[in-house]
Design a protein around this ligand. Structure first.
Ligand code: ZN
Length: 579
């Protein structure tokens, strides 16, 4: 095999090979250019033709024709060897990989090329297609760059062209360009559609996608698998995104053709899409050759959320780090670019969050933080935290909002217990359904919760609102999660309409549950006192804890005494009123 390698090195000129991707300038015995492996500002990349080796003095990349081919095309050594052997016309002696008959492949590619030229010419001729592009703000420069075409609304347009060009229609049928058979004749596969050529990672034209111009269905028709095209292995835009991906070690995954094009136009030039199919393992492997990180930029609908979580799983399996950035509601990169400009698209990408944060936020928005279901399911999601910091960050944030455990510390402890239970079970390989259920927390309205509710609905009456205004400013007075949430929002709002919708609903629900006789000033005053007593109790406990650790702490002892006296006086006062 060493002989093969030497022979290939002799026959392939590294300068020619590199020149296909890098503009090289002669400099003495060497050639120099901008390094394709890092973001090079001044030429630090050198090719030495005599040695057949390249070096970058900035990032340290170096090698020969084989490493070059492996790195720039994301190939394994064997594949690079085979590819270069084919180019050099060397028949490998010791290795015979899967070889496709070269002439057959070239024939197919020539047929595809004929189809591309046909579609591109038709786009130039069709006013319908031009109008469509104008309306969608697709300028000629983009049409040219992405080689967009148009399949006319006739049955035998491409068929006639392929015949004229001398291509076999039997083969064209295998390539998903025409349909029918020799007996009954052939018709075009695509008609009345805007055509997107699909190129593989090497840049070979392997398929087409067609978008209907009006409202017809299906919206898109994509080539199915053909001798040239395996949809589980090809990502749209990949050959254009490759250089940037390689430099940044990062890719952006979007949903469709126009999303890829919009991202590239917005400067997000590492965007690719899996087409007409969900992301497959081979897609992930392809990305892994060029990147370490992938940002998933999908639509913010149910389907997009689900697809994003699935993509995280698939990409994670090959060791890619993921972040998820859903588009703003109702937008896709294409509409966003047209309405808000390039910065909005870039911003959507940078706003990506970790899959862990994403899943938690998704659960919150889907179930609502006050629902039982949320609190039943959240420990399972939290158990997936990779770092303890991630876990604690969410536990502390969520604990204060627990609807049934008023004390944030107790709520946090309960959450940690549940998370640990799931983690232990996961280690032992026990399935979630087999776990004992979490102890149900009783949601009967405690007197504390009731007192809070009585006070909160006062806010709904504009003339009595001043009564509760000062209490709303005292955040620590409120103990249950619901009340804390509401108070935070009430502080900011001056009108009911300004409250978030979910909180509006909660406030109305509470309002409906408080009978008229519990809305007197007396009851309101009593409710406030109950909250103050409860707060004092918490504070007394804190001092007791200090005393437990240090029984001689005079300050804590004094403070505890004062707080207790204050509480007792409130208690007598309140009982007196109550009578
Ligand atoms: Zn470099």
């Amino acid at each position: 095999m060493n002989d093969d390698r030497d022979e290939i090195r002799r026959r392939i000129d590294l300068v020619d090979l590199v020149s296909q991707r890098v503009r090289l300038k002669r400099s003495g015995k060497n050639y120099t250019g901008l390094c394709p492996f890092h973001d090079d500002k001044s030429p630090s990349f050198y090719v030495n033709p005599a040695l057949g080796r390249y070096t970058c003095f900035s990032c340290g990349e170096k090698g020969d024709v084989f490493t070059w081919t492996m790195k720039t095309q994301g190939l394994e050594f064997r594949e690079a060897l085979q590819l270069l052997a084919d180019q050099a016309g060397v028949k490998l002696t010791s290795y015979s990989g899967p070889t496709q008959d070269k002439s057959e492949r070239e024939g197919w590619l020539a047929t595809m090329q004929s189809a591309l030229i046909f579609y591109r010419n038709e786009l130039g001729k069709s006013s319908t297609a031009k109008t469509y592009c104008d309306n969608r703000d697709i300028p000629q420069s983009v049409i040219d760059e992405w080689e967009l075409g148009y399949a006319p609304s006739v049955r035998e347009g491409l068929v006639s062209q392929l015949k004229r060009d001398g291509h076999q229609l039997v083969e064209a049928e295998r390539l998903f360009l025409v349909q029918g058979d020799q007996q009954n004749g052939y018709t075009d596969k695509f008609f009345g559609r805007l055509m997107f050529p699909i190129r593989d990672d090497r840049g070979d034209l392997v398929g087409f996608g067609g978008r209907v111009l009006g409202d017809g269905t299906p919206k898109y028709i994509n080539s199915s698998d053909t001798p040239l095209y395996r949809k589980s292995r090809v990502l749209y835009g990949f050959h254009k995104a490759r250089d940037r991906m390689m430099k940044e070690r990062h890719a952006v995954l979007v949903e469709g053709y126009l999303d890829v094009i919009a991202c590239h136009r917005a400067g997000v030039k590492e965007a690719v899409a899996s087409l007409g199919t969900s992301l497959a393992e081979d897609h992930a492997k392809l990305l892994k050759r060029f990147c370490d990180k992938v940002t998933i930029l999908y639509d913010a609908d149910k389907a997009g959320e689900k697809a994003a979580m699935r993509a995280v799983e698939i990409l994670g399996e090959v060791g890619l780090q993921c972040r998820i950035a859903l588009m703003p509601q109702g937008e896709d990169p294409d509409t966003l670019l047209r309405q808000k400009g390039a910065e909005a698209v870039q911003e959507a990408v940078t706003k990506a969050e970790s899959p862990f944060d994403f899943e938690i936020r998704l659960l919150e928005s889907r179930l609502g933080i006050l629902s039982d279901e949320f609190w039943e399911q959240i420990p399972l999601v939290l158990a997936k935290a990779i770092t303890e910091l991630d876990l604690e960050r969410h536990i502390l944030r969520l604990a204060g909002q627990h609807p049934a455990i008023p004390n944030a510390q107790s709520a946090a402890a309960a959450l940690r217990r549940e998370v640990n239970k799931h983690r232990r079970a996961a280690q032992k390989g026990i399935k979630n359904e087999e776990l004992p259920a979490a102890p149900k927390i009783k949601r009967s309205a405690s007197s504390l919760q009731k007192a809070e509710q009585i006070l909160l609905v006062v806010w709904l009456e504009p003339e009595r609102r001043p009564l509760i205004k000062p209490l709303i400013e005292e955040q620590e007075l409120w103990q249950t999660g619901t009340a804390r949430l509401l108070v935070l929002a009430l502080k900011e709002a001056s009108e009911f309409d300004e409250l978030p919708e979910d909180l509006q609903a909660i406030l109305l629900e509470i309002d409906a549950s408080i009978p008229q006789q519990e809305r007197t000033d007396e009851v309101i005053k009593s409710a406030e006192m109950l909250l103050r007593i409860e707060l004092l109790t918490t504070q007394i406990r804190a001092e007791e804890e200090v005393l437990l650790a240090d029984p001689n702490n005079q300050v804590a002892a004094q403070k505890r005494k004062e707080l207790t006296a204050k509480r007792n006086s409130l208690k007598t006062h309140r009982t007196g009123r109550g009578n």
